[in-house]
Design a protein around this ligand. Structure first.
Ligand code: AMP
Length: 495
């Protein structure tokens, strides 16, 4: 059997030719026939540029239907798709080019970086689009084994060099199948797709659920709360990062009446605060389903579709995926103890591109991948994340898990959100510092009084800073490394 995931998608598309795949407010829709033909044309275009199975195709383009066809066409001929965040600068792309060594680079403008450079514009035009249009629509479908590479995703790499996570066709297929079943995908589902397509969330999780089932997506080039509100009545499912939900909640018209027809709201890629979960439920009657995953592994855990969706937890290991929590020496911990999250399963990547040593460091001998996230598992297997290992604060030799402190501070009147970080301190090594967003101009002495009976002394912040908003990346993740840089010299004067 051909394990090429694009071959599977093609079968689905062929059975749904007249159905709308990409519903585009204000623009022409794309049926499955349109997508099938365009995917064949992009496959042939890449072929004519010399792309063979295993060759990398690096892509830094805006979100268009043509970009989706390019992605699918690349997989179809066995090319390895390497999407790059549109925010990356020329220097950053130059690094990715030197690392991934692509046969073709597709970008919005001519960047002249070495490999054959083709253009695909934000309106779907450009030299690659012209070449594709001149091709026949069927295209070769490469026969592949499941372990062959489908994509390399560069991790956001806030420290050190960004690493390319190698994902196989089987990694992608197994995860997509699992999610379609776990989230009870329906034939008449219409997904709001407002996520970027250079990242695991928008490219794989959201798109694959649709492609595997021949359902429809409301295709937005980017997230705008107003546009979502205007069109939500056409949809049944929304997949978003937590920022989508906080933004939507700022609109008074976003309420029960507007959302009563919706089947499911899913959140991931960054922690959904308990406050947002509860506000959302209060305003709409829906309990957001939070799930957890990463570029290297696809989706790992999810709150249940039918069972209880709990705020502040990311749910249970998905079917066929194993999750365990380990201590410093790699020993498996008992329930309720905080440790590193490790994962094994058909979804887990094979390693980092051209980094065998880094790969070896992050896999245990029994095949578990060390995610770098810290969490805790309840006795019935429910996982809660307490933060990235590198965000852990060690003050006076004692571990402080930022989430534990943030939850308490977020509950204060007037606080919209908070970020707890560790900064250098002459006595303690690191000191806990909190950055608060919201109207609250709470003083340190007041915070001390509030936390006195709630948290051990060493976990309490030694300084407070106020910002209008926290720095975030495109996926809504708070960039704590930037906060650490900003406040690095807080305790310097005392040294
Ligand atoms: P990325 O590879 O860009 O998808 O980033 C993966 C990281 O995002 C994970 O290792 C987690 O640290 C974080 N993440 C993803 N989903 C969640 C979630 N539901 N709650 C908290 N953190 C999350």
């Amino acid at each position: 059997m051909n394990a090429n995931i694009a071959a599977r998608f093609r079968q689905v598309f062929e059975s749904n030719l007249d159905k709308v795949c990409l519903l585009r407010p204000g623009l022409a829709d794309w049926t499955y026939q349109d997508l099938l033909f365009a995917m064949g044309q992009y496959a042939n275009a890449l072929n004519s540029l010399g792309v063979e199975p295993g060759d990398r195709v690096m892509v830094q383009v805006e979100k268009t239907p043509e970009a989706i066809a390019l992605y699918l066409g690349c997989l179809q001929i066995g090319g390895v798709y390497v999407p790059v965040n549109t925010a990356y600068t020329l220097d950053e792309v130059a690094y990715f080019v030197s690392d991934a060594d692509p046969k073709v680079l597709v970008s919005s403008t001519d960047v002249n970086l070495g490999p054959s450079n083709m253009i695909l514009d934000s309106d779907g035009s450009g030299s690659l689009a012209v070449l594709a249009k001149s091709q026949s629509t069927n295209g070769v479908v490469a026969s592949l084994k499941g372990e062959e590479l489908a994509a390399i995703l560069y991790t956001s790499g806030t420290t050190g060099r960004s690493k390319g996570a190698m994902l196989s066709h089987d990694n992608l297929s197994s995860n997509a199948e699992t999610l379609v079943n776990y989230w009870s995908w329906q034939d008449n589902d219409i997904l709001i797709h407002a996520l970027p397509i250079y990242h695991v969330h928008g490219l794989f999780v959201a798109s694959h659920c649709v492609f595997l089932t021949g359902t429809t997506m409301l295709f937005f080039p980017k997230f705008e709360a107003g546009a979502i509100i205007q069109h939500i009545k056409q949809a049944t499912v929304l997949m978003g990062v937590p920022t989508f939900y906080t933004r939507l909640l700022e609109y008074s018209e976003f309420d029960e009446q507007l959302t009563d027809h919706m089947r499911l709201f899913i959140s991931g890629s960054a922690p959904l605060t308990e406050q947002t979960f509860l506000n959302f439920e209060e305003k709409t009657g829906h309990r957001i389903l939070e799930r957890y995953g990463m570029s290297e592994t696809g989706m790992i855990t999810s709150n249940p579709y039918d069972g209880d969706r709990l705020a502040g937890t990311v749910g249970y290991a998905l079917p066929n995926v194993q999750v365990r929590i380990t201590g410093d020496k790699g020993e498996v911990l008992k329930p309720e103890l905080v440790g590193g999250i490790e994962v094994r399963g058909p979804n887990v990547f094979s390693g980092y591109w051209r980094m065998p040593e880094k790969t070896a460091q992050e896999f245990r001998s029994d095949g578990f991948f060390v995610t770098g996230d810290m969490g805790v598992m309840s006795s019935d297997g429910r996982v809660s994340i307490v933060g990235r290992e590198k965000d852990l604060v060690i003050s006076g030799g004692l571990n402080v898990y930022p989430k534990e402190v943030e939850i308490l501070i977020d509950a204060l009147e007037g606080v919209k959100e908070s970020a707890v970080i560790g900064v250098p301190h002459p006595d303690f090594g690191e000191a806990v510092v909190v950055v608060i967003v919201g109207n609250s101009l709470i003083k340190l002495s007041e915070l001390d009084a509030y936390l006195k009976d709630r948290l051990a002394r060493f976990k309490q912040p030694k300084a407070i800073f106020h910002l209008n908003e926290l720095p975030r990346n495109a996926m809504g993740k708070v960039q704590k490394n930037r906060l650490r840089e900003l406040y690095a010299s807080t305790f310097k004067a005392e040294s």
